[in-house]
Design a protein around this ligand. Structure first.
Ligand code: ADP
Length: 456
């Protein structure tokens, strides 16, 4: 760009200089001609008719007086009767200055001399002799032609052009620094993804476009980073999931295999063999339950079936009904507060899963003979709410978020309180997230826990 500016400035200056030189030559030439004309007129006034003979000798004599200016004498017909430079010139009646002198008394002309071959300026005057005959006196001097003058100025012009080149070089450098530096600054800032600004209105559209692009790129980059994090998180979680499943399956399988081997070896007596067979049965049940839960957990993701109106109150009653034996087995004090006729948009099996898991946990992790309060109500804002309270061991604060993770169990010995897989709350959370419901948890270690689900 710098080089382009330099060459353009250079070309403009060269053209301007040449035009200027030519025009000045023209003006100078015109002045020269005007001066020459008035000089010739002055010289003519020195002519004394009686002092010179009307022939070449007279012309030469007058020429000598005029510092060897060319002098020509002509008769009234335009015939040259004497010339200070050349003999035998013949008739010059057709020459511009002669025609004009014969007609008006005097005449000028600027032309190339036919006899001398150079640019001449002529001044011709008519004079009437005493005897009544007419004579013409013509004075002429050479002038350099415009082109010769112009050509003469070319070496000087060349020097000017050379000087101009170096001056231009300096100015172009300063000028480009001045003009281009904001653009260069913008380019640098744009490369660093900085927010661009400019005081030049011409650059404003580019700055706006670049800023917009930068913002878009930054947003896209953020999105991509977030997407990448999500993908990595999903990948990690998938790996954990598989590791957990394998681990959870391994425990009952090892037990089944061990007892089967014992049975097969025939070392167990009748009672022992029965116990071994029962363990194998219960562990197979556990394995089936685990597989069923995993299938169920994954199925929620692909749950695209339409929701319909479900009677939440009725479903809560039904779920409790089914769990009554377990409640009684643990001697819990049930407090049921279920407002009739509260409905939500969902699907029967998903809703019963949510309530079932939460109530089962409240039974399982409750203290013996503790309170179990199940409520279906509406909040002040009219939102349907299901809540279940227990007076069990509670959940430590640091675990309150993690209990919703897959396979998370506070009691790591899976045989613990009923041997859960740590999938129940993960299923509840997944269904809630998918349906847009809000799940809440309040718990105090050693005092109890309340789970709530707001069906917004
Ligand atoms: P699990 O099948 O082990 O019950 P959940 O996902 O239902 O799996 O629960 C995860 C863990 O959260 C449980 O292992 C338990 O430690 C804790 N938990 C769940 N509900 C309660 C509750 N009502 N009181 C105390 N702890 C609970």
């Amino acid at each position: 760009m710098r080089r382009k500016i330099l060459w353009i400035s250079q070309a403009i200056l060269a053209i301007v200089l040449i035009i200027f030189a030519f025009l000045s030559t023209q003006v100078f030439y015109k002045d020269r001609v005007k001066d020459a004309q008035s000089d010739l007129k002055t010289y003519m006034s020195f002519f004394e008719e009686s002092a010179y003979s009307w022939d070449s000798a007279g012309a030469k004599a007058f020429s000598e007086k005029l510092d060897f200016l060319r002098v020509t004498f002509l008769d009234s017909e335009g015939n040259v009767v004497g010339d200070s430079v050349k003999e035998g010139l013949g008739n010059h009646a057709g020459r511009e200055e002669v025609i004009s002198a014969l007609r008006t008394g005097e005449g000028y002309a600027v032309r190339k001399s036919n006899s001398l071959g150079e640019d001449m300026i002529y001044y011709c005057r008519k004079t009437v002799l005493d005897g009544g005959s007419t004579r013409l006196i013509r004075l002429s001097m050479s002038v350099e032609s415009v082109w010769r003058m112009f050509a003469g100025s070319l070496p000087t012009l060349g020097i000017f052009l050379l000087i101009d080149f170096f001056i231009c070089l300096l100015f172009t450098y300063l000028e480009t620094e001045y003009i281009i530096s904001p653009v260069e600054r913008l380019a640098k800032e744009a490369a660093l993804n900085l927010k661009l600004s400019t005081k030049y209105p011409e650059l404003k559209p580019i700055v706006d476009i670049l800023n917009k692009r930068n913002e878009e790129v930054a947003t896209r980059l953020d999105e991509l980073t977030r997407e990448k994090e999500l993908v990595e998180k999903a990948q990690r979680s998938k790996n954990d999931f598989i590791a957990n499943i394998t681990h959870e399956m391994n425990t009952p399988l090892t037990s089944i295999r061990g007892y089967s081997e014992l049975l097969a070896s025939g070392v167990l007596d009748g009672e022992q063999a029965k116990a071994a067979a029962n363990t194998i049965l219960s562990q197979s049940d556990r394995l089936s339950k685990l597989i069923a839960r995993i299938i169920n957990y994954n199925a929620i993701d692909n749950d695209e079936l339409p929701a319909y109106e479900v009677d939440l109150s009725a479903l809560a009653n039904e779920t409790l009904e089914l769990l009554l034996p377990d409640i009684e087995k643990r001697g819990l004090k049930l407090e049921k507060n279920i407002e009739a006729g509260i409905t939500v948009m969902s699907r029967h099996e998903r809703l019963s899963e949510v309530m079932g898991n939460l109530i089962r946990n409240a039974i399982r992790y409750n203290k013996e003979g503790g309170r179990l309060a199940v409520r279906v109500t509406r909040t002040e804002k009219g939102v349907a709410r299901f809540s279940v309270l227990d007076e069990g061991q509670g959940i430590a604060e640091e675990n309150q978020e993690r209990v919703f993770d897959r396979f998370f169990t506070v009691d790591k010995s899976h045989g613990g309180k009923g041997g859960g897989f740590g999938l129940g709350l993960a299923i509840v959370k997944k269904i809630c997230n998918k349906s847009g419901w809000i799940i809440g948890l309040e718990s105090k270690l050693g005092e109890g826990t309340i789970f709530t689900v707001d069906f917004i």
